[in-house]
Design a binder for this molecule. Structure first.
Ligand code: BTN
Length: 338
């Protein structure tokens, strides 16, 4: 038998799963020893152990007990291409789908593939990222098997100055998809934070390759904390971040949420192309509680304080500074003061 590494891991899972059924019907033990697995697959016990470690890293909960062997505790919720393709109801977004077990950053990969003429609407999705990127040079924690990490490639015909609209329209799409699948009303904090009860559940990172008047390609990367146990986050992040699981107390089907999100993005992108930015800004304002609030905004150069008066038609934050002057801010980090 000449099996690939993945093939062996699939067979190990199948055997462990059968052993669990056997254990549940009380006709045997739910454990399989490394020796038994090795004999069936014609590999050494050490090789079995190595494959088990890989499966555990991919999110499968497998318990190893020295005198008994291995037992599959809970099958990981896996993203499968077949399941996604069956559930997806879009025409363009996701019609080309790249699914990775692990990748540096789906945004980096999508930007690179954008150079190679990959069509608009291609989706790059990963079970985990080793170098997930956030805004302002931050990182995005991307553990395997629990959340959604995806990037979508666009080839918009609008000029580069309209690119912030893609972040705003994606934020609207995330809020809509989360509401549809979980019933949760999330809000948007300018420009890209999706919050539940003041804590971040999702973030969006838009990157593009452009010249003065033309966008060559643009990538919208979205991370959603879906089934992540927030207790596993570093203490400084726990206070600021949340997950859908934390609010619902139950798991959300990631494929269902992904497909609802892609459908919603396709719809909003259509609205942006047909009706222009005003329609997106209107929707964004409905989901944002920032207009009228006092804020501190940190930009690359300085931090300013003032009251948010509005969002401009091109997506900038219109702020009345404390001494009365009005400024439009196109990028920065917002803290709501009151
Ligand atoms: C932020 O809020 O700072 C933006 C976070 C964006 C994270 C997503 S996860 C998928 C995509 N790939 C990345 O490296 N980043 C984005």
């Amino acid at each position: 038998m000449d099996l690939t590494k993945d093939g062996i891991e699939e067979l190990i899972l199948k055997a462990l799963s059968t052993a669990v059924d056997r254990g549940q019907s009380r006709s045997g033990t739910p454990y399989l020893s490394g020796g038994e697995l090795g004999r069936t697959l014609k590999i050494s016990r050490t090789a079995v152990w190595k494959h088990i470690r890989v499966l555990q890293k991919r999110g499968y909960q497998i318990r190893g007990v020295p005198s008994k062997g291995y037992m599959l505790l809970e099958k990981a919720d896996r993203l499968s291409r077949t399941h996604i393709e069956k559930t997806l109801q879009t025409r363009k977004i996701g019609s080309t789908l790249y699914l990775f077990e692990e990748i540096g950053s789906t945004n980096d990969h999508a930007m690179m593939m954008g150079e190679q003429g990959i069509p608009e609407g291609a989706v790059f999705l990963a079970e985990s990222q080793t170098h997930g990127k956030g805004r302002l040079g931050r990182s995005w924690i991307s553990p395997p098997g629990v959340n959604l990490y995806l990037s979508i490639l666009f080839r918009p015909t609008f000029p580069p100055v309209q690119a912030p609209m893609m972040t705003l329209m994606s934020a609207c799409a995330v809020v809509e998809a989360v509401k549809e699948v979980t019933g949760i009303d999330a809000g948007i904090k300018w420009p890209n934070d999706i919050l539940i009860e003041g804590k971040k559940v999702s973030g969006i990172l838009t990157e593009m390759s452009a010249e003065q008047d033309t966008v060559h390609h643009l990538v919208v990367g979205t991370g959603i904390n879906v089934n992540m146990d927030t207790q596993s986050l570093p203490p400084d992040i726990q206070g600021k971040s949340t997950s859908l699981f934390h609010h619902l107390g139950r798991k959300t089907d990631r494929t269902e949420l992904l497909c609802a999100l892609l459908k919603s993005i396709e719809r909003f992108y259509g609205v942006l192309n047909r009706k222009g930015p005003e329609a997106i800004v209107r929707c964004w304002k409905q989901h944002s509680n920032i207009v009228g609030k006092r804020v501190a905004v940190s930009t690359h150069r300085k931090t300013i304080e003032g009251r948010v008066e509005d969002l401009t038609p091109d997506g900038a934050l219109m702020i009345r500074l404390n001494h009365g002057e009005r400024v439009n801010i196109f990028s920065g980090d917002v803290e709501i003061l009151s």
